[in-house]
Design a binder for this molecule. Sequence first.
Ligand code: HEC
Length: 157
Amino acid sequence: MGAALVAVAALPSPAGRPQGGDAPPAKDTIFARKTVMDTIGSNMDQLEEMLEPGGKLDVADAREHLDTISVLLQTFPHLFPAATNQWQAGAIRDPAYDTFAAPVIWSNFPDFYARAMTGSKAALDASRTTKMVEFKAKVAELRSTCDGCHALYMKAE
Ligand code: HEC
């Protein structure tokens, strides 16, 4: 135990990272929230595949994807410190690292936050269904929370 702690303490700290109580660099927070959204997206893809012609509802699998989406949507709006408000019209952006979060998020944060919570709850509700028809309707409801938020708060380019 003691030896393990010493080994961890001896690791070099990552370059350029502020020490002590400072916030992590904005680019790391942007990368984290894009990863969170990417993960939400791939879980949603798996769910929507079950709804395709010939697809079938695997209740246990669907529940796992929906629980993941629900938890990640709760986490997501906590990744928006002011320093990460970096989208600019006409700027060249790297889709992997640069943010597409619309600046209006920061002037309308309570609505943005509420939409994330609504999405999270829609995922939780959907996770309780066991019948295909109901599942279909609930996943469509969840999808409308994604699309509604993106329409207002995500820039396409
Ligand atoms: C509360 C608003 C909100 C909700 C709800 C929401 N998103 Fe997003 N989403 C965003 C914002 C903002 C971004 C851009 C983040 C950035 O670039 O910093 C984004 C980005 C994405 C991306 C691109 C990620 C990347 O690699 O840059 C995907 C995929 C995505 N969302 C899927 C979904 C899906 C699927 C749902 C619903 C299950 C969903 N989102 C719900 C706001 C939301």
